[in-house]
Design a protein around this ligand. Structure first.
Ligand code: 5GP
Ligand code: ZN
Length: 114
């Protein structure tokens, strides 16, 4: 738990979210400001700032996050048509919430990488 981290508060249940998957390590919930018909955030429950902070200890968890994303893509019916899975890192990477998360975006044509 990091003080003043929105996603830690969501993990604790003190801020509500629309969860679509949870286990003891991972949570996935709908983005409050969706950029696509499907916009789900998939993140570890524990506070890891971003990919730059991944260690040998948390490496297996990164694989699990991607597997959960693939399961959610199928569940949300975007796996066949295609979807985008991205994670922003640090200020120049466009990261606003400093708790590692993958964006799963689908349901429309994705363009560019700006
Ligand atoms: P970032 O820019 O850090 O990669 O993305 C942060 C994302 O978190 C944004 O898409 C933003 O809409 C979402 N977000 C910020 N605060 C909340 C919140 O309280 N609840 C939910 N569900 N999403 C949030
Ligand atoms: Zn956090």
């Amino acid at each position: 738990m990091a003080d003043d981290c929105i996603f830690c508060k969501i993990a604790q249940g003190s801020i509500p979210a629309t969860f679509i998957y949870q286990d003891d390590e991972i949570m996935a919930f709908r983005d409050i400001n969706p950029h696509a018909p499907v916009h789900v955030l998939i993140c570890p429950r524990q506070h890891i700032t971003n990919v730059a902070e991944v260690t040998d200890q948390t490496e297996p968890l990164m694989g699990r996050l991607i597997k959960v994303a693939a399961d959610i893509a199928r569940q949300e019916n975007v796996a066949d048509k295609g979807f985008r899975l991205l994670t922003n890192n640090g200020p120049e990477g466009g990261q606003v919430v400093m708790h590692l998360h993958f964006h799963l975006l689908g349901g429309r044509q994705m363009k560019g990488l700006g």
